[in-house]
Design a protein around this ligand. Structure first.
Ligand code: PLP
Ligand code: COI
Length: 380
């Protein structure tokens, strides 16, 4: 941990001054090791968090690194009523060489700004987003696990914190950043998952908030996820709102399909129509797949093509991709009109090759030709 007395300040290159209040007591190495042995996903948190306030007069101010802990909210706080909120999810990885690197924080910072714009929230400068992450990791880097499938999951979020029941964009806004040492999102790890095609519920419609990472999109999806669970599936697949014919994405992940196999395999992913989240993993895989010599395609793909492709063998693999889920193979599809197996219910070869290529870049065991790794300068 950097040296620093209570309420020391650190100034960043963008001129934001963070007050620094370290936690009074820290976990011992043994306590940390016990918690990191089986962290699950998003269940345990590090010892500090970042907060930054915004209002129209002062802009971004009162930036602080402080002990992780509960926040107090007035019952009339705007976000509790009208859900004006955005968030991000990104990961820091213990590197093969021992350091810590965050995967594509610039891309996440840019999406955070786009989501904020859509939700009528102020836009946090991208440099400040990254500086906040650096500062938190500098204090809590011991919590970055090094086991396979584990990482330090970072959750920046921002909400309207002004008090009152009028419906209007927040005039006071709070940004928070917390960090959670995490393992696999799906409890069964990289085992293929089963998915339920949601024809009854819709996640997003044209003109809506589907391309923004905002909590309401997830709240609106919970009933469909419950339905998927009742139908014996791990997750829900969203279809387009108008026809329920076109595949969009999964619960909290994008979708990819592999046509053909071997060196002639083609990676296809639904085009960004404005109703799905532009995933950073999706974008990374399009580039990595091209680097590996696969053809890549962004286009509409229908449920009928998915089903028919699996039946005639032209569609060989399907997988979900996202920060939390990494790459998770899909082994079975179910719907009100019956179901089918994908890749005989097994992980596909192209899926696993792409997964390996992505994880190797993230963990620093492969070159980084696209400049995706952001190494955090650690003081100790
Ligand atoms: N789609 C949704 C709805 C998500 O919540 C996520 C997760 O962040 C993704 C796609 C994948 O995005 P990313 O790869 O940037 O994590
Ligand atoms: C992520 O992958 O980071 C997400 O935000 C998805 C969420 C379902 C955990």
């Amino acid at each position: 941990m950097p040296a620093g007395a209570d309420n020391a300040f650190v100034s960043t290159t963008t001129g934001i001054r963070f007050s620094v209040t370290p936690a009074k007591s820290r976990a011992t190495a043994e306590e940390r090791a016990r918690l990191l042995a089986n962290p699950g996903f998003g269940r345990i948190f590090t010892e500090h968090m970042i907060s930054i306030q915004w209002d129209a007069e002062r802009g971004w101010h009162d930036a602080a690194l402080r002990p992780y802990g509960p926040i107090q909210l007035d019952p009339a706080t705007s976000v509790l009523h009208y859900a004006q909120e955005v968030f991000e999810g990104l990961k820091a990885f213990r590197q093969a060489g021992g350091g810590v690197a965050v995967f594509r924080p610039d891309a996440h910072a840019a999406r955070f700004r786009r989501s904020s714009r859509r939700m009528a929230l102020p836009e946090l400068p991208e440099e400040t987003f990254i500086e906040a992450i650096d500062l938190l990791i500098q204090h809590d880097h011991e919590w970055t696990p090094d086991a396979a499938e584990q990482s330090l999951y970072l959750r920046p979020f921002m909400y309207a914190s002004d008090v009152g029941l009028g419906v209007h964009p927040g005039t006071a806004v709070t940004f928070l950043l917390i960090a959670s040492p995490s393992g696999s999102y799906f409890p069964r790890g990289v085992k293929p998952v089963s998915v339920w095609l949601s024809e009854e519920y819709t996640r997003a419609a044209p003109g809506g908030t589907g391309a923004a990472k905002t909590g309401g999109n997830y709240a609106g999806g919970l009933m469909a996820q419950e339905q998927a669970t009742r139908e014996g599936c791990d997750n829900v697949v969203w279809l387009d709102a108008a026809e329920h014919a076109w595949v969009e994405e999964m619960g909290g992940m994008n979708l990819c399909f592999v046509f053909g196999d071997g060196p002639h395999a083609r990676l296809v992913t639904p085009a960004l129509t404005g109703t799905l989240l532009p995933g950073i993993t999706r974008d990374s895989l399009l580039k990595l797949a091209a680097d590996l010599g696969y053809e890549v395609e962004e286009r509409r793909i229908s449920v009928a093509e998915w089903r028919q492709g699996c039946a005639d063998g032209s569609l060989s693999e399907a997988f979900a991709c996202g920060t939390a889920a990494v790459i998770t193979p899909i082994g079975e599809v179910k719907s009100a009109h019956g179901g089918w197996k994908v890749t005989g219910g097994n992980p596909g070869q192209v899926t696993m090759r792409l997964r390996g290529a992505l994880v190797d870049v993230q963990r620093g065991s492969a070159p980084d030709p696209h400049g995706w790794r952001h190494e955090v300068r650690l003081n100790s």
